[in-house]
Design a protein around this ligand. Sequence first.
Ligand code: AMP
Ligand code: MG
Length: 424
Amino acid sequence: MNDPSQTQSPLSCADDYDPNSMAVAKAREVISRFLSPVATHECVHIRAALGRVLAQDVTSPLDVPAHDNSAMDGYAVRFADLKTDAKVTLKVAGTSFAGVPFSGAVKAGECVRIMTGGVVPQDTDTIVMQEHAEAKDNEVRIGGGHRQGQHLRRAGEDLKTGQAALKRGQLLRPAEIGLIASLGIPEVMIYRRLRVAFFSTGDELRSVGTMLAEGQIYDSNRYTIHGMLERLGCEVIDMGVVRDDPKLLEQAFGEAAAIADVVITSGGVSVGEADFVKDLLNKMGEVVFWKIAMKPGRPLAYGKIGDAHFFGLPGNPVSVMVTFYQFVRDALLKLSGRDPVEPLPSFKVPCTSSLKKAPGRTEFQRGILTRDAAGTWSVRVTGEQGSGILRSMAEANCFIILPEAQGNVSAGTLVEVQVMEGAV
Ligand code: AMP
Ligand code: MG
């Protein structure tokens, strides 16, 4: 696949935009131009492929099911033997159980005792479930009301030989793994895991388990980022905290870009701090700093350091998570080989809180989606929406997405919500 990042810089590519107020959709679109999946594949046993991304199409080497078979326990009959308005008595000529078919011929006036999954004997064309048959000795009595071909699963009805069962780019969940197994295929090609290195920047940051001096805070971003990356199935490289020192930062950026496909940092992209990080990255690669027209998560950097993609996330803990969900998640899925990358599902529900919102930026407020006793869904806001209030993310199960032009929202209005569960 052609990688546009080889030939274009993010700057020349990001043509008509205002870097001081970049629309969310525009930023996503510009980033997406630079993403192509990792080139290395691995061949693994299907047991080891759970949660990984398929790097090949899987075509069916056989008809599934391989034979016409019964969907019910009952009797395989010749439909022509049945009467619509009277009972007939048929002789039971033998049995067809799953894995042990009936091999003889079925003559007129005869039927075969069949169990679910049993191959439908030649000359029979209809299954009568056992609840609709009276068995006595070696005979059964069957009444009217049947349909020719009922309760049959046809050969190839699920998949025909040569038909595509799964497409490259598909996430392998238990259903896909089972489907591959049903075709008798023991191994598949998957994309190798995306390698993501990350570190936090800031002189004020301390690691958990240590004492805080005045003005210091615990580094929480590394834990949220680690968690989100793990959930996306990445190979995670935690590079710790790097102080706001150009030499140390340059060294960290260099090391990270050399070992990873993607480098993610938090902090150091806000006004005041961005300038020196910017100078550094301009020296090392091609990085664009945007002020995204969103709240929270305004400053965001994206670009390349060598061959590695770089995401410079804001420092505020909520901004980190929002920008990760809104930009990084989709990008990492694309780089991991997922195709298509579906946007997170969103839908409209009434909002029971009134919301403060100024036009001009897309807001991602944290919401709690609940269902009342009558089964009707609604959303309420988690409370204070400051970008440092990580508790708002912990309490939330969805984002309330308020579009750029939207002003204040009065209680009872329909708002768009995006469910977080399953996102990362
Ligand atoms: P910055 O973008 O570096 O100016 O950081 C913005 C705010 O986020 C500051 O209040 C920082 O202390 C805070 N912050 C930055 N990095 C982290 C981190 N790793 N964990 C928790 N808070 C952070
Ligand atoms: Mg900082």
